[in-house]
Design a protein around this ligand. Structure first.
Ligand code: GLU
Length: 335
């Protein structure tokens, strides 16, 4: 066990921003590489940034991403007595009741601690050895180090990583559809793909642009690596449907594929000869791949078969659809 101690310290604004998730993954990795410990700290000193359920959303996000922590969660608001005490070791309140260190407010006139004070005190008290965070906090490092020295402590090493920006180079936001882990989850990206993407980025020295194409490839790979049981469970369908889900590039697509089989289609198909031939082949007991092959051989309209069976023009492999449906259901849909 080394003495390396890091912390991940999000503000409870709701589902983790992807850039913050990068910091969580980087801190976990740093702790693991050094046999150290990771503290989860919720920076809730700024009432304007405290969303209801914000901390719970973060805990859920970290669980989804598979990032565990060794200590905490500690809420900064629970430590206000210590923060206030520390502020009084550093200076004295002014006539308005606020306490400042140079130009920086440490205690507001109502004597509540600010982020700068709370963060420095907590980094000191929890024995944090390395602060790893986004470069938007670079301007805070010198001040926080002086506060820690003023309290008689030794500042941690500060490491700032580049920020994750949208593909257009602007700050990641809702508009990009991938700003938060909740957005990505909703878009059907499996956690493994998001984690792998963040691990790949590592600790970027400079700002990086989100590479959605890369994330999509990782998503396809992650789904391909799941067992039938696991894949079906993620999509929420019986394992017999798993073959239909193969080839889907994300879980949203997999759910859409499953729906084509599980929910009766509503398409009108005008290809009586092909459908009659299809019914014959199915009734003869041919296995699904052979049914497709035979239909192809006689120049059958495979698109019409797909449309009749799934109600859609595109979707999973046709043989997999045929395999997933009971014979009488196949005959019913192909009428
Ligand atoms: N709570 C800050 C944020 O979410 C991070 C503070 C820090 O890492 O020092 O941006």
């Amino acid at each position: 066990m080394s003495n390396v101690r890091v912390r991940f310290a999000p503000s409870p604004t709701g589902s983790l921003h992807l850039g913050n998730a990068l910091g969580a993954v980087a801190n976990r990795r740093f702790a693991d590489e050094h046999g150290g410990a990771l503290l989860l700290r919720i920076d809730d000193t700024d009432p304007a940034r405290n969303a209801p359920g914000g901390a719970e959303a973060i805990v859920e996000d970290l669980g989804w991403l598979g990032v565990g922590w060794d200590e905490g969660p500690v809420r900064q608001s629970e430590r206000f007595v210590r923060h206030r005490e520390a502020a009084h070791l550093i200076g004295e309140p002014d006539s308005e009741g606020a306490l400042r260190f140079g130009r920086t407010t440490l205690l507001r006139p109502d004597s509540t601690p600010t982020y700068q004070l709370a963060s420095a005190v907590d980094d000191l008290d929890f024995g944090i050895t390395h602060v790893i965070r986004g470069s938007d906090h670079r301007p805070n490092a010198a001040l926080q180090a002086s506060l820690i020295r003023a309290l008689g402590g030794e500042p941690p090493e500060y490491v700032h990583h580049g920020l994750l920006l949208g593909e257009d180079g602007r700050k990641l936001s809702k508009r990009h559809g991938a700003a938060s882990l909740a957005d990505l989850r909703e878009a059907g990206f499996p956690a493994e793909a998001v984690r792998a993407y963040l691990e790949e980025l590592g600790l970027p020295r400079h700002d990086v642009h989100l590479d959605l194409a890369r994330l999509r490839r990782l998503s396809t790979e992650a789904l391909a690596a799941l067992s039938d049981e696991e894949l079906a469970a993620r999509v929420g369908v019986p394992v017999s449907v798993a073959p239909v889900l193969r080839g889907a590039r994300d879980l949203a697509e997999a759910r859409a594929y499953a729906a084509q089989v599980l929910e009766p289609p509503a398409a009108r198909v005008d290809a009586p000869e092909t459908l009659a031939r299809f019914r014959e082949l199915v009734e003869s007991g041919l296995e699904p791949k052979a049914v497709v092959r035979e239909l192809k051989a006689v120049g059958g309209d495979l698109k019409a078969v797909r449309l009749a069976l799934t109600g859609a023009e595109r979707g999973p492999e046709l043989a997999a659809v045929i395999a997933a449906l009971p014979r009488d259901e196949l005959l019913r849909r192909a009428t």
